[in-house]
Design a protein around this ligand. Structure first.
Ligand code: DGJ
Length: 757
């Protein structure tokens, strides 16, 4: 619900549990007043008084008042050069060389809908009630109109912000910075920044550090959201954990270069902002032209990181992912990458398919190496027709074999790239991004196609669509294995070159939109050398993302924990892979690998034709179990119980059904301890008034250490294999954890509500 108090000039946005309040101060600037737990009243008790502060400039055209300064005002959309010395949200270069704008209030509107953002991914309302507040500001000198948009949905505490610029002046202006959201919040002394840095194969590791009196930036300058950082930043109260503490979180629905800022000023007011990275960005607006920023999502949670995550999960599952695969349960797949790498032929693939069918798998994915003459990663990107040496009966032959075995067929593409050794490059070398007259860098021996150009977009759409249609592909893995360098588009004039990075993203979004419209029932999974582009922008087009090229179960605990802070488990691509693991050499039991992969989309990525009979039986049981529990995993809510803050820490999580009558607990112990102390695990999200039968469904401990003197079977709470406990007991007193012998052990317990006599 959004209201405007005409007397107080005050906007109040209410979500089910939060409030966001602003007003228009004398002179027409927009002031931020409050963001936090929902309020029914606001009379300004917490409004920060304006005071005469040294070195705080006063605006020229208001009655002289040394107390009023934009440098000390809590602002909603601060401009560069206009006497606020902190991080600006907007900077506009003008023909006279100045970069100053002064945005003043003009009008507002409240519309009963959530608008689409042209050409951009964004939250949608569907059947849910929505409202949007649009506040129009204007710079009198340039005539630039700026509309700040704040949208809310009836079933979420998120506030979606975007900014719509229109040049209503007579001269061209250039946006040099156009962030999507900015908020100035007082009283956050001692709070911490929390963000998700990483690297290839170590994506989204959670880091925290105290907020300081300086400008702190989380950003990607790589032309992709990147494995190195993620478009997310939170400020958390000291001591915040899964169940306690105040969280102010920003997430950005975008897949390219981004920046998130946190700057605590001299009076302990913290400016939080997020948007397109101003680094190497500009956008020219001729008179009459418009520009829309991508969407930022603001989410406040009073009850810790768990509450924040469930807020993001619900929003992104129901209002960002689209199409039938938003709700359809995902197939259990086998992917041939770690099974064969480039070394496969039709016979090998058919053997994989046969085995997959025997084990109960539902989808076979043919990864890299099926096209051109690609026997390593140095050639053929761009030539999307099959290698007839490896596949003499074509892709159709493999797809048909899969179909005969009752398995669906999926295919890998890397459509944004071109290899120098390719037909595409030989005929269109100018489509590779490069600066004329300069050599261009390679990355994994490949170049980035200039997707800012319409004809390149059209080629990619046609090439991928032809294969999907011809082969009747039902799943596409969309990979992207290098970042942008020599950013330049031959299609743009010199003064517009800094638009290239964002135009590339708009081109990519157009391609993905067209393909999903042409193939609405195809399941698309995005990937970027693992989870290098795991962001909300991609989820709008592709409802799951391969989380990491690191498939080691212990490493995945940290990666999937960090990823789950923002992204729902239903979007997290996770597979069981071989031991010794190809990235770490670790050797976790098959059960542990399966339980960790079940926390995501669940599949297998190893040579399943080499399973022993015992392993085959185990995998059949895992698959049967996953199919049985799949509705719970797909519709349940995630409660993280133990988080692996450091490598080697134990992890535990619970998925609870919407009616709270069923749940599945996973516990993973990377390292064993001799003569261990008692450890308690308090569950969450259950119904305190219900009793639950707790039943062991999968465990690695028993099979590997049957004779262990302290095997968990002798000491754990489930001595008979199952037992009934109260929901209140499980949440308040907790479970005294069984002792597990050996490293890399795990168990999975199912909880089912029982009627008490
Ligand atoms: C990187 C991906 O993350 C892998 O899963 C695999 O598809 C390779 N690319 C293939 O080149």
């Amino acid at each position: 619900m959004i209201t405007f108090d005409r007397e107080a000039h005050l906007f109040h946005i209410r979500t089910p549990h939060t409030s966001y309040i602003m007003d228009i101060v004398s002179g027409g600037w927009l002031r931020h007043l409050y963001w936090g737990a929902r309020l029914e009243h606001w009379h300004g008790a917490a409004a920060m008084p304006m005071m005469d502060r040294s070195f705080a400039p006063n605006p020229a055209d208001t009655p002289p008042d040394r107390r009023f300064s934009l440098d000390t005002l809590a602002q909603e959309y601060p401009a560069h050069g206009n006497s606020d010395m902190r991080e600006p949200a907007v900077r506009v270069a003008q023909e006279d060389g100045s970069r100053i704008t002064d945005l003043r209030y003009v009008s507002y509107d409240i519309v009963p809908e959530k608008k689409k953002l042209p050409g951009l991914p964004a939250v949608y309302a569907d059947q849910t009630a929505a409202e949007t507040l649009e506040i129009t500001l204007r710079d009198a000198v340039t005539g630039l109109e700026v509309v700040l948009s704040y949208a809310v949905l009836a079933d979420s505490d998120a506030i979606m912000r975007s900014v719509w610029f229109t040049n209503r002046g007579l001269r061209a202006v250039t946006l040099e910075r156009a962030l999507s959201a900015c908020i100035d919040i007082g009283g956050l002394q001692g709070y911490e920044l929390l963000w998700l840095p990483g690297a290839w194969a170590r994506e989204r590791q959670v880091e925290r550090r105290p907020l300081g009196h300086c400008r702190q930036v989380v950003e990607s300058r790589r032309g992709a959201s990147s494995p190195q950082e993620n478009p997310f930043l939170a400020l958390v109260a000291p001591g915040t954990d899964e169940t306690h503490g105040e969280v102010y979180a920003l997430s950005f629905i975008y897949s390219g270069s981004f920046a998130a800022f946190a700057e605590m000023d001299q009076f302990d007011v913290t400016r939080l902002a997020i948007g397109l990275n101003p680094f190497d960005f500009s956008w020219e607006l001729q008179p009459g032209e418009s520009f829309v920023t991508p969407e930022a999502v603001l989410l406040y949670a009073a009850g810790g990181l768990g509450e924040m995550s469930r807020g993001f999960h619900a929003l992104y599952r129901h209002h960002l992912m689209r199409g039938c695969w938003r709700d359809w349960e995902r197939p259990i797949l086998v992917n041939n990458w770690e099974a064969t790498y480039f070394d496969f032929d039709a016979a090998k693939l058919c053997r994989l398919i046969d085995k997959a069918a025997e084990l109960g798998m539902e989808l076979m994915v043919l990864d890299d190496g099926w096209f051109g003459h690609r026997n390593d990663d140095r050639s053929s990107l761009g030539d999307w027709s099959e290698d007839s040496q490896k596949l003499p009966e074509g892709l159709e032959g493999i797809a048909q074999h899969a179909q005969e075995k009752g398995i669906r067929f999926g295919l890998w593409f890397e459509p944004e790239m071109v290899s120098e050794d390719s037909e595409l490059y030989r005929s269109h070398s100018d489509w590779a991004m490069a600066v004329p007259g300069r050599p261009k860098s390679t990355g994994r021996s490949q170049y980035v196609l200039d997707l800012s150009r319409r004809e390149v977009q059209d080629y990619v759409i046609a090439a991928v669509a032809d294969v999907i249609r011809r082969v009747k592909v039902s799943y596409v893995k969309w990979d992207m294995n290098r970042h942008m360098t020599e950013v330049y588009s031959r299609a743009l004039p010199a003064r517009r070159q800094k638009e290239t990075g964002h135009r590339y993203m708009l081109g990519l979004y157009r391609i993905m939109e067209e393909l999903r419209e042409q193939f609405p029932t195809v399941l698309f999974e995005s990937c970027s050398g693992g989870g290098g582009r795991f962001d909300p922008g991609m989820l709008y087009y592709m409802p799951q993302t391969w989380a990491s090229d690191d498939s080691d179960a212990v490493e995945r605990l940290a990666i999937q924990y960090g990823t789950s802070l923002v992204y729902p488990p239903q979007a997290i691509g996770a597979h069981v892979s071989a031991i010794p693991n190809h990235q770490t050499g670790r050797q976790e039991p098959l059960v542990t690998r399966a339980l960790v992969a079940m926390a995501g989309t669940f599949g297998y990525e190893l040579d399943i034709t080499r399973f022993t009979p015992e392993e085959s039986r185990e995998v059949q049981e895992q698959i049967a179990l996953f199919k049985e529990l799949r509705p719970l995993f797909y519709h349940g809510e995630l409660y993280r119980l133990l988080v692996p803050a450091r490598r080697g820490d134990a992890a535990a999580w619970l998925v609870v059904s919407p009616d709270r009558r069923q749940a599945f607990l996973t516990y993973v112990q990377p390292l064993a301890m001799p003569n261990p102390p008692h450890r308690f695990l308090k569950l969450a999200g259950l119904d305190s008034n219900l009793s639950y039968e707790v039943r062991e469904r999968l465990t690695s401990a028993r099979e590997h250490y049957p004779q262990a003197p302290q095997s968990w079977l002798e000491h754990g709470p489930l001595q008979q294999g199952s037992q009934v406990f109260g929901g209140d007991e499980l949440m308040q007193a907790g479970i005294c954890l069984p002792v597990l012998m050996g490293d890399y052990q795990a168990f999975g317990w199912e909880l089912t509500a029982v009627e008490e006599e």
